[in-house]
Design a binder for this molecule. Structure first.
Ligand code: B1M
Length: 214
């Protein structure tokens, strides 16, 4: 059994090399990818979040931990997206983190899992204004546009994007969905989103439901 507590600790310390090593070891032991992701990486980042909240950790340490998390995720990515290249895309998804917000780990996970489920994913990055979501939706003929926000100060911007889409009749068919730690279903309903994803796997199930209903 992999030592996930140790992996969490290395992630907390931002020791990317050791995170990579333990992720590879866990995979070599044939542990399921979602177990390595959840117990090894996401659980470690949750502790970082708690200590950040109570000012035991500061931004520079959190940044290094985020880098270590990304190093671990990079090893898991080929396994999460395996197979997708062999099938026609199930639909096109645009994903971005809204303006003012630089958090991208959760968004990246949603992208990886959607890709793994056969979606063509266009990741427009962080700190994205309304115009970028609209332009990407049009250019790539998106079926779904997903927005991520991790800050209570940036989540209202999701409504700005949704309202802007209402003024683009040619994009009326595009499903607008949101996610991120501070948002919930009630907020999604309030701002007129078509859907809310609490985590990456259930977001992908929601995308699949939208495509099945088309
Ligand atoms: Co920031 N940060 N941060 N941070 N940071 C939080 C979000 C915070 C909760 C920490 C805390 O106080 N406990 C807090 C927000 C408080 C609030 O708004 N009420 C906070 C703060 C305050 C800040 C700064 C303002 C700090 C400062 O500068 N004083 C600053 C803001 C910068 C900015 O964005 N303008 C800041 C900066 C940073 C770093 C740059 C250092 C770094 C980000 C690095 C990066 O992303 N590249 C960072 C990090 C890492 C965090 C925490 C610790 C971890 C976030 C994370 O990656 N979680 C976070 C604490 C926390 O969340 N507990 C915190 C792991 C990830 C897998 O989960 O992103 O929730 P999550 O994604 C999940 C779901 O939410 C969902 O699926 C994902 C996978 O299951 N999901 C979606 C996410 N997006 C989705 C979109 C969808 C669907 C589902 O679309 C359909």
């Amino acid at each position: 059994m992999p030592d996930y507590a140790q992996l969490n600790q290395f992630l907390y310390e931002g020791n990317a090399k050791e995170v990579e090593r333990l992720v590879r070891e866990a995979l070599a032991e044939n542990r399921p990818v979602d177990e390595v992701l959840n117990d090894g990486l996401i659980a470690g980042m949750a502790v970082v979040g708690e200590d950040f909240k109570y000012s035991t950790l500061y931004v520079p340490e959190v940044l290094v931990a985020a880098r270590a998390m990304k190093a671990g995720m990079a090893i898991l990515k080929p396994l999460l997206v395996a197979d997708a290249a062999n099938h026609p895309p199930r639909g096109t998804l645009i994903m971005g983190t809204v303006k003012g917000d630089l958090h991208d780990i959760g968004k990246n996970l949603v992208c990886m899992m959607a890709e793994g489920a056969g979606f063509k994913v266009v990741d427009i990055g962080v700190d994205q204004p309304t115009e970028s979501f609209i332009a990407a939706a049009r250019t790539h003929q998106a079926h779904i546009v997903g927005m991520s926000a991790l800050l209570t100060t940036t989540m209202p911007y999701m409504k700005v994007v949704i309202d802007a889409f209402q003024n683009e009749p040619d994009l009326a068919h595009v499903k607008l969905v949101i996610g991120g730690a501070p948002v919930n279903r009630m907020f999604a309903d309030e701002i007129g989103a078509d859907g809310y994803g609490p985590d990456a796997p259930s977001s992908v199930e929601m995308f699949q439901r939208f495509m099945a209903a088309q």
